[in-house]
Design a protein around this ligand. Structure first.
Ligand SMILES: N[C@@H](CCC(=O)N[C@@H](CS)C(=O)NCC(=O)O)C(=O)O
Length: 230
C-alpha cells in the first residue's frame, strides 16, 4: 500500500497517473495548500519542503518527495514504464526527467504565478517566465518530431511527468498555445485518453479543495508577502 499526499496541481497529478498506470494500491491524503496544511509540523516531518506530492511506501518504509523522484522510485519498484536497460536509454531517461523537473515545471510554475497572481508592475517577470516556458515546451515539441514518446519506443515515466504539466499549457501560455506544439499535443491527447489518466483527472471528485485564491490562501502560498509587508 502507498500513502499518497496530494492535491490537484500538476506535480501530484503526474504521480496519480503513475500510480494508476501501475495499478498500485494507494490511499489518498489530501493536503489543502490554500488552507496552509503543507506548513503543519506533521506534514513537514514527511516533506521538509512543505509541498505535494509525497508518498510513503508502506511495503518498504520509504518516504519519497519531489514528483519525478517519486516516478523513478515507483518505476524501479515495479520494473515498468522504463526504457531499455542500456546506458544510452538510461541517459535519455535521466536527462528528460531532470529537464522536466528543473526546467518545464519551475518555469511553468513561475509563469503562472506572475501571469495570474502577482501584483503590478509585473511586465518584466511575466515576459521572462512566459518566454522561458514557451522555450521549454518548444524543445519538447521539437524532440517529439518523428517520435511517439519522449524516450525510446514505449510509454515511460517521462511521458507521465510531461502530462502533468502539459494539462496546464493553455492556462500558462494562452488558449491558442497548442497550435505551437502539435507533437506535444498529439502525445498529450494520447495519454489523456488512457483509462489511468481519466481516473487521475477524476480525483477532483474525491475531495473538495479550497478553490479561492483569497488573502488566507495568498498568506500560505506566497509566504514572501509577510516579509514584504514588514
Ligand atoms: N519539485 C517539487 C515541487 C512541488 C510543488 O511545487 N508542489 C506544489 C503543487 S504543484 C505545492 O505543493 N505548492 C504549495 C506551496 O508552494 O505552498 C515536485 O516536483 O514535486
Amino acid at each position: 500500500m502507498i500513502t499518497f499526499y496530494y492535491n490537484l496541481a500538476p506535480n501530484p497529478m503526474k504521480v496519480a497517473l503513475c500510480l494508476e498506470e501501475m495499478s498500485l494500491p494507494y490511499e489518498l491524503k489530501p493536503v489543502d495548500t490554500r488552507k496552509g496544511e503543507q506548513h503543519q509540523p506533521d506534514f513537514l516531518a514527511i516533506n521538509p519542503n512543505g509541498k505535494v506530492p509525497v508518498i510513503i511506501d508502506q511495503d518498504t518504509g520509504a518516504r519519497v518527495f519531489d514528483s519525478n523522484a517519486i516516478l523513478l522510485y515507483l518505476a524501479e519498484k515495479v520494473g515498468q514504464f522504463l526504457p531499455d536497460s542500456t546506458p544510452v536509454a538510461r541517459g535519455e531517461l535521466l536527462s528528460w526527467l531532470m529537464f522536466i523537473a528543473t526546467g518545464v515545471g519551475p518555469f511553468s510554475g513561475q509563469a503562472v504565478h506572475f501571469k495570474h497572481f502577482a501584483p503590478e508592475p509585473k511586465d518584466y517577470a511575466v515576459s521572462r517566465y512566459l518566454y522561458e516556458a514557451q522555450r521549454h515546451y518548444g524543445i519538447i515539441n521539437a524532440h517529439l518530431s518523428g517520435r511517439r514518446y519522449m524516450v525510446g519506443e514505449t510509454y515511460t515515466i517521462v511521458d507521465m511527468a510531461l502530462w502533468g504539466w502539459a494539462r496546464m499549457v493553455p492556462f500558462i501560455l494562452g488558449e491558442n498555445a497548442w497550435g505551437d506544439f502539435p507533437n506535444l499535443k498529439h502525445l498529450f491527447d494520447e495519454i489523456s485518453a488512457r483509462p489511468a489518466a481519466q481516473v487521475a483527472v477524476a480525483l477532483k471528485e474525491m475531495h473538495s479543495f479550497k478553490a479561492e485564491m483569497d488573502d488566507e490562501a495568498r498568506q500560505y502560498m506566497f509566504r514572501h508577502l509577510a516579509a514584504l509587508s514588514r
